[in-house]
Design a protein around this ligand. Structure first.
Ligand code: ZN
Length: 487
């Protein structure tokens, strides 16, 4: 049996890939029935960081991140959240149109966060045949039963042969008292049995034929199936949010052991959660903020828009296994920190080498490497880079010098750790915020020239500016202290 790890402490010493030079990595991806929010950004960025770091270490990585698009598209969701399914019905959309719509938007948001696309992005709905075969294997091994057209995992039977609950540290008694899922209770032998296949209710939009019923696979089934299909019966790393440990990942382990006789995953990695003003994100708190709302600043909890790199930096400032509490003030602080890095990076590109080094730049690469090696300790990497900004600023201010070799090394370390591994777009972000500032400034400048022209009774100039800006789509309003404009 594979030894199971749940973190990568002292990465270089403890991480042993199953195949020399190659790493297989599976991460539970989004359910695409709504826009991505802050809770989606954290796993995406955490495993993007790991993906980038593994590649930096020289591994060839096959990174599989799935799209969950099955099982959520029901007509009449009583949870209030599944408005999309209703939309699909009312607007006569194909469920796959809804899936494509939100998948495209997810990709757009991930690209904005500079999250690299995975090597393979399989859809659950594209792997129904494989999932049916996986369920059949579990049935053949005697760890599942058919009830009223649905197939359930026989958890009690399984737990006699394998340690169910080992990842989450639960035992069956804990699970009985915790199980809240009432769905299918009358069909199951025990409340903790989970569905491998569900017979579709008549109002369920997405369903497929199977040996047991017209239905759809249980949620946990897709990750066991697609993980092993693309990465092999055993693979290196499986990641996801901490909230997935139970029941999702525990169920995945059970499914693999039941069907294959062994575990599939060598290292489990879980990012911790983001809270909003101390509260969990959730429907009941009505505190979901979508990434688009962050980028546009149109949510009551936001003081202003925050660019995607601010969100990325905010998340990387915390270690992935610690909780992060979101507030507008915390993001404003992250924005200031990011700006300091951008300034330092811009200055670093312009520094001139001197004869000798009088500033402290030694050991930066080692500090960054050791921090990443210690279970991806990004706050330490950021602190080390910040420390080096003192040297950059000292040379920039002419109060110190740096040799050509040291300058080259300093630039390389920043490029490797800030740009390539942390994935911060230090140049572009500066320019995209900068672009907006420059644009607003230019319009203000034009309207100030117009104001002056008006005061000088230079009507042709004043009218020309007004008319041409209006023709370009600007709305200009004269006020008693000057002007207001919008597009
Ligand atoms: Zn999963």
């Amino acid at each position: 049996m594979l030894e199971i790890y749940n973190s990568l402490t002292r990465f270089k010493e403890t991480f042993k890939p199953l195949h020399e030079g190659h790493v297989g990595m599976y991460v539970c991806g989004p359910t695409v029935y709504g826009d991505a929010h802050l809770g989606h950004a954290r796993p995406a960025i955490t495993f993007d960081l790991l993906y980038r770091y593994l590649q930096y270490l020289g591994y060839k990585v096959r990174y599989v991140r799935n799209i969950t698009d099955v099982g959520h598209l029901e007509h009449d969701a009583d949870e209030g959240e599944d408005k999309i399914a209703k939309k699909a019905r009312l607007e006569q959309l194909e469920p796959m149109e809804v899936v494509q719509f939100y998948t495209n938007r997810y990709h757009r948001d991930m690209a904005a966060l500079n999250v690299l696309p995975p090597s393979i992005e399989p859809h659950a709905s594209g792997h129904i045949i494989e999932q049916i075969a996986f369920v059949q294997k579990i049935l053949d091994k005697g760890y599942a039963y058919v009830s009223n057209g649905s197939v359930y995992m026989d958890v009690e039977k399984y737990a006699k042969d394998y340690p169910y609950g080992k990842l989450s540290g639960r035992n069956l008694n804990d699970i009985v008292t915790e199980t809240r899922e009432l769905d299918g209770q009358d069909e199951k032998k025990h409340s903790y049995d989970f569905a491998l296949w569900k017979k579709a209710a008549p109002e369920h939009i997405m369903h497929w034929p199977s040996p047991w019923s017209e239905g759809f696979p249980g949620w946990h089934m897709e990750c066991s199936t697609m993980g092993t299909k693309y990465l092999g019966e055993t693979f290196d790393i499986h990641g996801g949010g901490l909230d997935l440990i139970f029941p999702h990942h525990e169920a995945e382990i059970a499914q693999s052991c039941a069907a294959l006789g062994h575990e599939s995953v060598h290292y489990w990695m879980h990012n911790n959660m983001i809270t909003i003003a101390g509260k969990k994100m959730g429907k009941s708190y009505n505190n979901f903020i979508t990434l688009e709302q962050f980028f546009r600043g149109n949510h009551p909890l936001l003081s202003k828009p925050f660019g995607p790199m601010v969100i990325r930096f905010f998340i990387l400032q915390a270690h992935y296994r610690s909780t992060v509490d979101f507030s507008s003030e915390a993001l404003e602080a992250a924005e200031k920190g990011l700006q300091r890095m951008q300034e330092a990076y811009a200055r670093l590109q312009k520094l001139q080498a001197g004869k000798e080094t009088t500033v402290e730049v030694e050991g930066l690469r080692q500090r960054c490497t050791e921090a990443m090696d210690d279970d991806l300790n990004t706050p330490f990497v950021i602190a080390a880079l910040f420390d080096s900004t003192r040297a950059i600023n000292t040379v920039h201010d002419g109060k110190g010098t740096i040799s050509e070799a040291d300058l080259k090394e300093l630039r390389e370390v920043w490029k490797t750790f800030a740009i390539d591994i942390l994935g911060l777009r230090l140049e572009e972000q500066g320019s995209s915020d900068g672009k907006q500032k420059a644009f607003n400034g230019a319009i203000d400048l034009l309207l100030n020239i117009r104001l002056q022209a008006k005061q000088n009774k230079d009507w042709p100039t004043s009218d020309k500016i007004r008319n041409e800006l209006t023709a370009l789509g600007f709305q200009i309003k004269d006020t008693k202290d000057g002007f207001e404009w919008s597009i």
